[in-house]
Design a protein around this ligand. Structure first.
Ligand code: NAP
Length: 357
């Protein structure tokens, strides 16, 4: 979640004599209640919001930046069913418009400071603006981000030869030479996958030893289209409009490797820090969920890239959001039934006492 107009930014704007939006300016109450809070406006959150709003749940979705999540970093998508080719930005706008049509209340540039579970089970999204959203159910869809190399050219050529996802972008490099940076499972698995399209894939890893599981190493080494450069660091990604090569350093010597694409697979960082400590995560910080995508905390779901699962695709994120929204609806029905039973139980006891006399 991009953090725009948080307290620091507000201070900086004030020092320039510019008034930022303050909680009081919005006309919104400091504490608002709804049926469902969704944190994160990528495909998973938007799909959950669309389904929930269409099931008549009063649903508020908050995102620290504009809606779209990772879609906004994706140039072209051609593996989302029903769309032969669409830009990430266009797909994000379509998803947002579609969800709004069913009544989803989307609030952009509304960073969340923390998610809390209060006594009694109320879920609270504490916003940086100082306001709070309260609901019996919360879907956490804050996604994550690929770890960056932080070298010159990486940001400049993102979407123009620099990619963080082989399944998403590999098909754009038919017959071309590629570099894969990293030595873990993802790097070797995706290098192998990229040889479906590329004429040659060079794996560049900073140490002499690969980190990946032996089976993935054996498969990659047996692939005649994969080369390895070990003990080397990427110092720069260069090109002219699109990537034409990488500059490597090994044993204090630099050299250029000409490639048309660089796939950076040096880890992924799930945005799970905003969740309370009692929400179970794996060692890498991904949130663990059950079959219906509920976390270890009742009434709190995790969907999309922030949860531990096999793949991180738009289609699977949308599927996650759908599953969670249906599960939330059933959960809220169950809560209503429980409350009705509690309210009715003294009357039932009196009635059964009367019938016994
Ligand atoms: P990972 O296991 O953390 O590996 C990251 C790789 O990137 C490491 O080789 C690391 O080098 C390198 N690296 C990190 N920062 C770097 C930097 N600044 N510059 C250059 N290299 C850098 O991450 P992953 O491969 O994305 O896997 C993440 C998790 O998903 C793992 O638990 C993995 O087992 C799992 N996964 C499993 C499968 C599978 O089972 N088929 C497939 C994909 C992912 P060092 O080795 O020197 O630290």
């Amino acid at each position: 979640m991009a953090e725009l107009v948080g307290p620091l930014m507000r201070g900086a704007l004030a020092s320039l004599g510019i008034d930022a939006v303050t909680p009081a300016d919005t006309g919104r109450a400091p504490v608002e209640s709804c049926d469902l809070i969704i944190v994160g406006g990528g495909p998973a959150g938007l799909a959950a919001g669309l389904y929930a709003a269409r099931m008549n749940l009063k649903t508020v979705l908050v995102d620290g930046g504009p809606i779209g999540g990772q879609l906004l970093n994706t140039e072209l998508i051609e593996d989302y069913p029903g769309f032969e080719s669409i830009s990430g930005g266009d797909l994000a706008s379509k998803m947002g418009d579609h969800a709004r049509k069913f009544g989803l209340d989307i609030r952009e540039f509304e960073p969340v400071e923390a998610v809390e579970v209060r006594p009694g089970g109320t879920k609270v999204a504490r916003l940086e603006s100082g306001r709070e959203l309260h609901a019996p159910a919360l879907v956490f869809a804050a996604g994550g981000r690929p770890r960056k190399l932080d070298v010159p050219g990486e940001a400049e050529f993102a979407g123009r030869g620099v990619s963080y996802c082989a399944v998403c972008d590999g098909a754009f490099f038919q017959g071309q030479e590629l570099a894969v940076v990293g030595g873990g499972d993802a790097a070797l698995e995706e290098a192998d996958f990229l040889t479906r399209y590329a004429s040659r894939v060079t794996v560049i890893h900073r140490r002499g030893q690969l980190r990946a599981q032996p089976i993935l190493q054996a498969r990659a080494r047996a692939n005649p289209s994969i080369d390895f450069i070990l003990g080397a660091r990427v110092r720069e990604i260069h090109g002219n409009g699109v990537v034409s090569g990488v500059r490597l350093e090994r044993d204090h010597e630099e050299r250029d490797l000409p490639v048309s694409g660089v796939f950076i697979l040096v880890g992924f960082l799930p945005n799970s820090l905003h969740l309370p400590a009692q929400v179970e995560r794996d060692a890498a910080g991904y949130v663990l969920t059950g079959r219906d995508l509920q976390t270890s905390v009742e009434g709190l779901w995790a969907v999309g890239d922030v949860r531990a699962q096999l793949t991180r695709q738009v289609a699977t994120a949308v599927g996650d959001g759908t599953t969670a929204a249906v599960a939330v609806s059933q959960y809220l029905e169950g809560l209503r039934d429980r409350r009705r039973d509690v309210a009715l139980s003294p009357a039932r006891e009196r009635a059964s006492a009367r019938s016994e006399t």
